[in-house]
Design a protein around this ligand. Structure first.
Ligand code: NAD
Length: 292
């Protein structure tokens, strides 16, 4: 049976180290890192995420600002708010919750965020820095996924890694991070031929597809590490349930280690957002970031 990778416990530990770093910055440097989150509209999942982000930001001792705008807010107003936050020295991180309502151009809004405050790591400047190996703000879910893989496998040097999914939010940045860790990286996607055969090569599988329980145990190389990024809501036995992109029951019999859903990658995302905010705050102040 595979070892269960406890993302909830890892994220809790990381948040503890972040809280310690924030306390050190307050006491030693006299400033408090701060994160502003912008939510446009009433998407129920987004509302839950934003509330959790704000709660956890305050719990680690940081400043938190929430801007909740009605769904019909004009694009220009969202852009004006981003400009205001860009100019505010107390705000070190800005996150605009996606998806935005259809009348708002997400790329335009994400590009308006100062790259130095782009704690989601979606700005083209940060994407470019990541892909050219420069220090940058890196998207949170990919960072969290690689942290978990490193925690269980140690060095990732030379491993065969297969990333399933090529989105800008997960697949592509996680592949860049694995390349930086010296993995041999394959990116599989919806047009990949014979996906099970590709996945079977992998020592490390990162699944970021959004298809419930797609990856089966007999697709895996025995002993592989499986990081399941997928979060899918399904109905089973008349009840709503969250499942990953991997069929946990069959995969745990073959894998060496595996993240559960929920409780695997999910909790890492907000913890990494807080990490990025401290990183952005220290860079803005021109000081070394404390150990986290
Ligand atoms: P996306 O829809 O943007 O991308 C999905 C990718 O999967 C695409 O690149 C597509 O080519 C690929 N794909 C689709 N069908 C496929 C198939 N049959 N075979 C192989 N590849 C296929 O999704 P995303 O934003 O990258 O998210 C992926 C999953 O991760 C979702 O379930 C999402 O909810 C979850 N997610 C979780 C977190 C978190 O843990 N906090 C964060 C972001 C996304």
């Amino acid at each position: 049976m595979a070892k269960l990778i406890d993302g909830k416990a890892f994220a809790e530990g990381l948040r503890g180290r972040i809280a310690k770093a924030v306390a050190e910055l307050k006491a030693g440097q006299g400033f408090t890192p701060g994160l502003a989150v912008v939510l446009v509209g009433e998407d129920p999942a987004s509302k839950v995420y934003v509330a959790n982000k704000a709660k956890q930001t305050v719990e680690v001792g940081m400043n938190s600002w929430e801007y909740k705008l009605p769904a019909e807010t004009p694009e220009a107003e969202v852009l004006a708010l981003v400009e205001k936050l860009n100019a505010d020295p107390a705000v070190h991180g800005i996150l605009v919750q996606l998806p935005l309502p259809k009348h708002i151009d997400s790329t335009k809004v994400l590009t308006a965020i100062s790259p130095a405050k782009d704690v989601d790591g979606f700005h083209v400047v940060n994407v470019g820095k990541l892909s050219t190996g420069q220090d940058s703000l890196v998207p949170c879910t990919p960072v969290g996924s690689v942290m978990l893989a490193r925690d269980v496998l140690g060095k990732l040097d030379g491993l065969e890694a297969v990333v399933i999914g090529r989105s800008n939010i997960v697949g592509k940045p996680v592949a860049q991070l694995l390349l930086a860790e010296n993995c041999t990286v394959t990116i599989a996607h919806s047009r990949t031929k014979d996906l099970p055969a590709v996945v079977r090569r992998a020592d490390l599988v990162i699944a970021a597809v959004g298809r419930p329980e797609m990856v089966k145990g007999d697709w895996l190389k025995p002993g592989a590490c499986v990081i399941d990024v997928g979060i899918n809501r399904i109905e089973r036995d008349g009840k709503g349930k969250l499942v990953g992109d991997c069929d946990f029951a069959s995969c745990e019999k073959v894998a060496g280690s595996i993240t559960p859903v929920p409780g695997g990658v999910g909790p890492m995302t907000i913890a990494c957002l807080l990490y990025n905010t401290v990183k952005a705050a220290c860079a803005a102040k021109g000081i070394r970031q404390p150990e986290m």
